[in-house]
Design a protein around this ligand. Sequence first.
Ligand code: ADP
Ligand code: MG
Length: 680
Amino acid sequence: MATLDADLIARKLGYAASGDLILHLPLRYQDETRLTPLRDVRMGVDVLVEGVVVHAEVQMRPRRQLLVEIAESVTPGSAHLYFRLLHFYPSQLNQLQPGARVRLFGEVKPGFFGAEMVHPQMRVVRENTPLPATLTPVYPAVAAFSQNAIRKSVQTALAQADLSETLPASLLTGLQLPGFAEALNALHHPQPDADLNALETQTTPAWQRIKFDELLAQQLSLRLAAHQREQLGAVSLTGDGGLSVKLLAALPFALTAAQTRALNEIRRDLARPHPMNRLLQGDVGSGKTLVAALTLLPALAAGGQVAVMAPTEILAEQLFLKMHEWLTPLGMQVAWIAAATKGKAKKDSLARIASGEVNVAVGTHALFQAGVSFANLTLTIVDEQHRFGVGQRLALREKGGGIELGQVPHLLMMSATPIPRSLAMSYYADLDVSVIDELPPGRTPIATKVMSMKRRDEVIGRLRDYCQTGAQAYWVCPLVEESEKLQLRAAEESHAELVERLPELNIGLVHGRMKSVEKAAVMAAFKAGELHLLVATTVIEVGVDVPNAALMVIEHAERYGLAQLHQLRGRVGRGARESTCLLIYGDALSDNGRQRLSIIKQHADGFAIAREDLKLRGPGEFMGARQSGQHILRFANLETDIDLLEAARDAAEELLSRRPEVVDRHLARWLPRGLDYLRA
Ligand code: ADP
Ligand code: MG
């Protein structure tokens, strides 16, 4: 096969070059190493058979098809089999003249005339055509390319590639892993007696080797990225000229021990002349915003600028309000930039950011789009970092005003979603983590109740009494993931219904499609106590802080993810009132749905919920569609290959310190196009 075709096939399969096809691994295998005599075929089993055409005809009913009868041999009375081709070319009809010899692979089923194969794989052969000595691979395919074409391309790639060993023999012996070439051979061309089950569940030594290699490449590249960061310079920030003392003195509360600990870790990073790369984890309501504010003071004291970014406008606005409230009294200028900021207001803000007049710019990812330039960006803080894609995170790392001078901004990320251990060891291996494992004192526990839609009327009735006592409540409408339009309609319908049924209450509506000024106005009215009830979509999921709101009703709670429910529920329980969260489920509640709601009911701690969630779903899905969507690991599975991951981590450390040439060789094979995509 021409290399050109192999290149084309490789590209269609999603690879950069035909050489990558050596790692296009089979989905399964067919045993074409032995022929089953026609008289011995069993129903329901895939077999390779061979026979001589007795009769072939095109039938028109029930649909156009080619019906062929074959026999074991020309001897009268020998076993027969029928097969049907549902798509065929006129040339095939010509080939299948009586006396022609065919080889078929497929499943035998009982048919109208007896045993038959429906649309088997078929090949016209000469008598005594040799059989393959190994199992035949079946590859992941794309339309327009036959298995045969893909097989040939992979074969070409294997023949042309350099399959030499990248790893030291001692390492392989210690881990009982086969050599690379041996592993590939065992995967592309297994022996007929290979354990098919182990191959399909990807547990053979050959599979282990490939997965180990992949994990090792990931570990090596993450460590190298961390090392590269160490080479970069950043402004060393020590002390804040008494700003934090002033800020804290103005607050009605003191830092929790956990906040203090996290802050100390962060300040140690900031003092170093290299960029910080730290994740601050803390459950909903643990007080990450205040830690963020205290983090940026040393940067401000040093005359630097800080960018604070959040994934949604509502959340960014909440951050802006807090920063404004806390930092303006310290003489700082805090600016707001969102996608909706337009015209003169935007021009002014941009000019003030560019001139360095603005000390802190708060906004959505609009902050990192073209047109925004900082005079002296020293620190970037990203809230709810898990909602940003890899690309966006890379972009913000690159946005330092001083990059040309070899200085990059420090980076603090924050998240209420804990990272499972396996992910922490892999994707996040180059990240330092601080945890706030304590909530501020005086929080009222939230009573969570799970109830059926049948009790919805009763709930609406009680809302009236509840709100007339001066308390406020949220009504979260059903999630409609498929379409933003339908989501909007659901929110509007819920709102209209509640307005009609509760005329005594002031009821507001906030949803994702509103303009940010409208949203801000509704939120402000709710915060000021002018609205009793706020009907909302998940736009209120994070960051919203209204202590007097102590009741939350979530309709069709079963449609939400556990992390989302936990975040939503975190909007209540913020004041002195006893708080309640009502999870209302629809009629068709599945077992899994019931299980998930009971996890939320039983656990108040986000980390515990995440652990249960992980048990139900596994890390892949846990990372969720919100992640970049990049499947960084193709072969290894973080749920089942944790042992290999640990082995890879240990080996990476060893190789980096003692065998740099091995590191180069291994990365040249596994990440030939550089490290960038791993530096999430
Ligand atoms: P999250 O970690 O979810 O972002 P926030 O930063 O929004 O949490 O904090 C939740 C609430 O707790 C806010 O109203 C904040 O002012 C308050 N808070 C923060 N730290 C403390 C503390 N040490 N003591 C009391 N309240 C605090
Ligand atoms: Mg927050």
